[in-house]
Structures are given as C-alpha cells and as structure tokens.
Design a binder for this molecule. Sequence first.
Ligand code: GDP
Ligand code: MN
Length: 381
Amino acid sequence: MDLFEYQGKQYFERYGIPVSKGAVADTVDEAVEAAGRVGYPVVVKAQVKVGGRGKAGGVKLASSPEEVKAHAGNILGMDIKGHVVERLWVEHATDIAKEWYASFTLDRAAQLHLLMLSTRGGVEIEEVAKSEPDALVRVHVDPSEGFTEGQASQAVMDAGIDDSVRSETAELLTKLYRCFVEGDCDLAEINPLVLTAEGKVHALDAKVTLDDNAGFRHPEWAEFAATETTDIREKSAKERGLNYIGLSGDVGIIANGAGLAMSTLDVVSQVGGSAANFLDIGGGASAELMASALELINSDPSVKSILVNIFGGITRCDEIANGIVEAMSRVDLKSPIVLRLDGTNAVAGREILAGHISDRLVAERTMLDAAARAVSLAAGR
Ligand code: GDP
Ligand code: MN
C-alpha cells in the first residue's frame, strides 16, 4: 500500500525523522485556515500517489492567504498523471540550501536491504542513476545485522554530504532504517532530503510503501487503508470479490487465475495492443461473477473490445458461458467480446454460446488468435 505524502510524513515522525509542520486541507477555506495554523510562508502541495507533482504545478509557495486561496483553488481537482487531487497538504515553507536524496528499499536480487544516498536530490533518482551513476551511493544492508553506525558514517562521507551535518544526516538515516524495518516498509524514500539555510537536515517529501503482508501486526494501518483506493472501478471490484487493476490501454481483459491474466496482458502486447486492465476472476468462478466482471469492464469508457480468456480447471466453462449470456441480457455491453474458452466443460460452454455468436461475441480457438482479434477490433478494424 502506497501512502500519501502527508501520511508518509506522519509515519516518519513516529521514528523521529524531522519534517515540516503542516496540516491537511480538502477545500480552499481549509487550506487558508491550515496555512494560518502552520505559519507563513507555506507550501501548498497536491496529495496524489504519484511523483513529479512539482513539475506538474502541484507544489506552490504562498506567502499570503490570497496566494493560498489561488494555489489551493488551482491544485484541487487538478489531474496529475491520471490522479485527481482531492486533498492538499499545507506546510510551513523551508528555506532550502541543498536538495539531497535518501531511500531504503529491498534489493530482491541481492536478498539485502539497500540504502541509496545522493547529493543530487530533488530530481528523479532514475535520471541521476543514468547520467551520474557515481553520484549515487548504494549500500547493502544485511537485515540480520542491521544498518550499522559505521555504514551510516561511511555512506554520508562517500555521498559528499556537508561536513557540518554529517553526523546529523547519519543519525537521520539510522532513523529512516528503523522506520523501514520496524515500520514494515517496502520503500521509505525522501526526495528531497534538504539542508536548510539554518543548517538543519530534514525530509521535505515522503514516499512510503507499506508491505501489505505485514498488515496483521499494524492495526494502526487501518487509517491508511481507509483513504486507499479512490479509483471507482478498483473499489467496486473489491466489493465484488474481483482482482482488478486499471491500466491505460483499450482492450478489456478478463481471465481466470492471476497467471493466465498476466499472460493475457503479455499476448495482447505481443500482438501490438494494450490492455485496459488486469482482471482475474479467480478459480471456480460462477456465472454471477463472470457477469459482474463484464459489467465492471463495461463501465470503463476507454475499453474498445473485451478479451475473455478462460482456461477451465476448477472453473467450468459452461458456468462462464452462462455468465456471458446473463451479462449480455442484463447490461448493454458497449464493446464486442472476443472469447477463448478451453478446458473443463468447454464443449458444453460453446454449445450454450452457439446461439449468441455474432459480431458482438466472437469465439477464437487459441489465446493468440483471440488476442489478435481483440486488438484489431479495439483499433476499429
Ligand atoms: P514531487 O515533485 O512530487 O517530488 O514533490 P516534492 O515534495 O518533492 O516537491 C517538489 C519540489 O518543490 C522540491 O524538490 C522543492 O524544490 C520544492 N519545494 C517543496 N517544498 C518546498 C519548500 O518548503 N520550500 C521551497 N523553497 N521549495 C519547496
Ligand atoms: Mn519529491
């Protein structure tokens, strides 16, 4: 689960990592009120779970209530890379001397934790890694030993952190590591980590991804879960017991089993198309679930064709066929369906569908043929 910046900062605070004083606001009036509480000048920041808010105009300095009003009005409702801003974080502005970067994450290949530290912060770290690889210090940490004092002081030295704040920065990194481990994060990233004009080091941004598998030992995560999915379709999928993730393409995908759903995305991409979603209806899916999956996909305005890829194991193809027939009678499907149905009771399934085959419901024998047909239908061919 990804956290919003303000939640990430609240998480950091629990581990003693210094952040600016701030408050959330959901309206322009609340933003003005929040600014008054945290003290001018302030920064008005869009709360969306995507990076590059600054570049998109979602981070603005304000030194008066009028400016807060104007910026808050502009930023609320703004679309940043497909994420609509519904909440602001208003914090006391920092006088920045330098912008650095620090993060802890898991290096799965090395089976170790990884610290990344750089004095080239405030920009995308992938860019730094490409253009100035030497400016990015990487330190592997053995989880059984933890992040040692020696590693911390070596890292700040290697990264070229200013002498005057080396021990302060090393201490902050140690706190960030504790947050990462005890806080069960997959990622704890500060970009930028700033050196202020007064010579203090603190976190100006926070990107935290929590490891959902550790949720059972963090009852306090419930408050984060409450603000989680704002995507209407993802929310409605959860309620219907479907595994759905929205993507940016135009071929709607329905498959049974996560592995088959992923292969289906691959095959669609292999034949030159792009998927509008990932949707796994699970093993043993019923007619009702199939119908509800079709309804969900149908509600996505970017979908131009729907590829249903079912391999019946526990799932029975006749059940799936009944679900398709039911969905076709129940909802006004906007896109043609391309179907690949194989496995348990496939013959019975095809018999059920035989009377319904038309240019709105096309059957193909293989996954590749079905994907190619769905992609060409989506392209209007
Ligand atoms: P991001 O673009 O989504 O990563 O959002 P950030 O929170 O990292 O903010 C983007 C940029 O805005 C930072 O790199 C800073 O340059 C600038 N910024 C953010 N907060 C402040 C602040 O308090 N004072 C000043 N002067 N600049 C800020
Ligand atoms: Mn940032």
